[in-house]
Design a binder for this molecule. Structure first.
Ligand code: TMP
Length: 234
């Protein structure tokens, strides 16, 4: 399958049409941004890590009953996916306090929650992806009540599956962001699952093994992405 016209270029990926109207090709870039694009850089090898890792995670989740956009990996950076229409909602689940949660409530990072949290952000760069409650999402017509139910059900499976999987690799799943799309009328998991979109801390040292190394200038960024992929592939 070959790339035709470029449909879209995001901060971390490009999406291309293919000869099949039901399939797109995504191409992962090494570009990295943070703080809604204010901080820009490159992480050498990131595109390949995120592509290969996402595809492993999607296949694992399919086996657990979560439908995903994954079709076939073409090469290190490129994957054939189902031509979904992305819902303009980011779903964030948290097991441990960190990032914007710690900042919003003025608490330290590392508080382990009894129950995972579930939240939506409205996917809108001009507005800085604001936190969005369910009734606002419904009022704006961003999703239907039925879609929210499906998203909650799948997200819970994603959290449980990833938590267990990463723990076997010596990584704690602190939090993550996922996106869903609609394909043939059904809600399916799309976008990516990578160190860009998950917070992962080393089980033994609590060292940050994710994009926070770039966001916070912690060093060893490239090496950390490679290490996470190595562990995920084991
Ligand atoms: P946050 O603590 O900054 O809200 O981030 C929560 C999780 O979402 C974290 O694992 C990083 C991920 N994330 C994205 O994937 N994209 C984003 O634009 C942001 C802000 C966070």
């Amino acid at each position: 399958m070959e790339k035709l016209e470029q449909l879209y270029e995001g901060k971390a990926k490009k999406v291309f049409k293919t000869a099949d109207p039901n399939k797109f090709i995504v191409s992962y870039k090494d570009d990295a941004t943070a703080f809604n694009g204010e901080k820009k850089g490159q992480i050498a090898g990131k595109g390949a890590v995120n592509n290969v890792m996402s595809n492993i995670m999607f296949q694992l989740l399919e086996a657990k009953g979560v439908p995903t956009h994954f079709v076939e990996q073409l090469n290190d950076r490129e994957t054939v996916v189902k031509a979904v229409k992305i819902l303009p909602l980011e779903v964030i689940m948290r097991n441990v306090s960190a990032g914007s949660f710690a900042k919003r409530y003025g608490v330290e990072e590392g508080i382990v929650f009894d129950q995972p949290t579930f939240e939506f952000s409205y996917k809108n760069d001009d507005l800085g992806d604001p936190l969005m409650c369910e009734s606002h999402a419904l009022a704006l017509g961003v999703v239907t009540a039925e879609q929210i139910e499906t998203i909650r059900k799948y997200s819970a499976i994603v959290n449980e599956t990833l938590k267990e999987f990463f723990l076997e690799k010596g990584l704690k799943l602190i939090d993550f962001k996922i996106e869903f799309g609609v394909y043939e009328g059904e809600v399916i998991l799309a976008d990516e699952i990578s160190p860009d979109t998950c917070r992962l801390w080393d089980v033994k040292t609590n060292e940050k093994m994710d994009k926070d190394r770039f966001r916070r200038d912690l060093g060893n960024v490239e090496e950390t992405y490679q290490e996470v992929l190595k562990r995920v592939q084991k």
